[in-house]
Design a protein around this ligand. Sequence first.
Ligand code: 3PG
Length: 359
Amino acid sequence: SCLGKRLYEPSAKFKNQNRLKADNSKFKNQNSKLKIAPSGATIQKSKFKNQNSKMNILVATEKPFAAEAVEGIKKEIEGAGHKLVLLEKYTDVADLKAAVADADAMIVRSDKVTPEVLDAAKQLKIVVRAGAGYDSIDTAYAKQKGVVVENTPGQNSNAVAELVFGLLVFTVRNFYNGKAGTELKGKRLGILAFGNVGRNVARIAKGFGMEIYAYDAFCPKAAIEEAGVHAVNSQEELFEKCDIVSLHIPATPETKQSINYALVNKLEKGGILINTARKEVINEPELIKLMAERADLRFVTDIKPDADAEFAQFEGRYFSTPKKMGAQTAEANTNAGIAAAKQINAFFESGCTKYQVNK
Ligand code: 3PG
């Protein structure tokens, strides 16, 4: 198909897109507002086919890419004859709205692409989220407006997985306070969702000599076992069986607030919950209540919770990075950024929408 096979192609057995599609389809028959994919408009795939005119490509990143990634994106975009416009570190949505006004395509990270932003974009045809999760983009509204939304699955997943272990070693060594800690070897690690990040976490965990378990509502057990990981039947079983649970679920209507008191309370004594996914999946008041009751539990996160100040009272048992940094490496930025640029070029060149998430 268009764009060919990538060096890091998401597993054929299980793609992030499928996970999110599957989540959405759950709500299809419920007549609820949560239904994401309206059945009406279909996005014109071939509208821009063979149209070789110069396009304005906006890179809008509130949290900028590494300089080498920007260079790589620029090379790709300009190499295809288009113009690159860079908007970095913006603090006001008005700046994004002004910049997107005459953009034909846009590359973003976790930047919020709301109806307000989409309405300001008068000639936008495609938005590519340089990364995995696209919960920050109103995909249904984009579809209504005929704007293709794509992601770049798998491109930054190793970076996130490496941070999981950076945070875990830091945690079991008591946040490097000098007191005797513990080791990861021999501990039972539970991976919640076996997508691209989950698979990388499993690969690295093997090097640490951990016992690895995983649960994924949308991935066949056989595919998990094939990766040398014990597949369990439910997320409850995962929490029950493990010393550490690492979250890799997307933020969907179904997963939001799903990591709650009852679930986390199933963790063994001395259990650790690590979140490098999305803050929305945690039920913060319930986790605070549980941590107040159970002095053995630890919670480390790469996404500062809304209730950061309350969690901070659990000194020595709670840590949050100042800003989500899982995918913040030169390699991840370059992989995801260049993949996004190539996807935009392929879209304008041949109408390719291989990674579209709002079909
Ligand atoms: C993702 O969904 O790809 C990660 O959460 C990374 O997000 P970021 O680009 O905002 O760092």
